[in-house]
Design a protein around this ligand. Structure first.
Ligand SMILES: Nc1ncnc2c1ncn2[C@@H]1O[C@H](COP(=O)(O)OP(=O)(O)OP(=O)(O)O)[C@@H](O)[C@H]1O
Length: 310
């Protein structure tokens, strides 16, 4: 478990993270979302003891990172900037990490195989592709077999196969009962990976909720209906008190759009009136729509309600 209690970080006049309080629970993938500069990396760095909070505290398994003995066995992390010694092979890089963190040597081979780098274990990371580098970073995070994993943009720059692999790995780590905290700007990927979301904007907590509730609360679903007799359909909808507007977007020509899930009443109405329908479908809001809606509101609120900081 990771606990943030009033976590705050100021850089001069700039407040990067403002009184963040939340709990990241085991057995779930918790997605960490926020626009560029929202404070995600700063928060993760404070959890990992790489930055000191100006106020408040971040605790992993009940303790601040600095008070952990053999921290690699408690929390593993993949941060955006990877530090790998250019002269060491992948194997030696991991071996040095293992030896300085009380991790048995056999674990090095295990994690190399786990991330699919076994065949290149004796090669220097300098020649690695982006995907191989990312796999080595993940191997370092898994080395101490920690109960908590933190991944900052783990699929950045990966090809579809790599993205699929990372997604399955992350899900399996949570299924093992581990705490998994992961940031990404790829909303479609996050929608497939995370169970729970923590969303921040300008350093402040905007949402701490399940994926399903977040989408339900922050984005609207729409019903689209299309008939070859467009006018008759419009009249029928109006008679029934259903508000419809011309649908917008690709392939929407000639269709009507209604707010919310109206598939049942519209289907019944069409049957009653003997209207032919060529399309009747519910468009479920995506995580991206929900995220854009929430964060744009937050930006507006900030712009109206608060003087910008330096
Ligand atoms: N060392 C630093 N000195 C001054 N300001 C900083 C420092 N590190 C971060 N910031 C500022 O703090 C804010 C939060 O940055 P942070 O990198 O945590 O955001 P982020 O959500 O991770 O962004 P991104 O999605 O772009 O990676 C930004 O305005 C950034 O410019």
């Amino acid at each position: 478990m990771i606990e943030l209690a009033g976590l705050t970080k100021r850089y001069g006049l700039k407040t990067a993270v403002r009184e963040l309080t939340c709990v990241i629970r085991p057995g779930l993938v918790t997605g960490f979302l926020g626009p560029n500069g929202a404070g995600k990396s700063t928060t993760m760095r404070m959890i990992l003891g790489l930055d000191h909070p100006t106020a408040g505290e971040a605790r992993v398994e009940g303790k601040p990172y600095a008070r952990l003995t053999d921290p690699l066995t408690v929390v593993g992390a993949l941060l955006e900037a990877r530090a790998v010694h250019p002269g060491r092979t992948a194997y030696h890089h991991l071996l040095c990490l293992a030896q300085s963190n009380g991790v048995p040597r056999r674990r090095v081979g295990e994690v190399l195989d786990l991330v699919g780098l076994g065949p290149v274990a004796r090669k220097r990371p300098r020649g690695f592709s982006l995907g191989m580098g990312q796999r080595l970073g993940i191997a370092s995070a898994l080395l101490g077999d920690p109960r908590i994993l933190i991944f900052d943009e783990p699929v950045n720059g990966l090809d579809p196969e790599g993205i699929h692999w990372v997604r399955n790995l992350i899900r399996s780590l949570a299924a093992d009962g581990r705490t998994v905290f992961v940031s990404s700007h790829l909303m479609s990927e996050m929608a497939l990976t995370a169970d729970h979301l923590i969303v921040i904007g300008q350093g402040q907590l905007l949402a701490d909720t399940s994926m399903a509730d977040f989408i339900e609360e922050n984005a609207r679903s729409t019903t689209r209906v299309r008939s070859p007799d467009q006018e008759a359909l419009r009249d029928a909808l109006a008679d029934a008190g259903l508000t419809a507007e011309p649908a917008r977007g690709p392939g929407a020509e000639g269709a009507w759009e209604l707010a919310g899930d109206q598939t049942e009443p519209v289907g019944r109405l069409a049957a009653d009136r003997g209207l032919v329908l060529h399309e009747l479908c519910l468009h479920r809001a995506s995580l991206e729509e929900a995220f854009m809606r929430l964060t744009s509101q937050a930006v507006e609120y900030q712009a109206r309600g608060r003087a910008p900081e330096g």
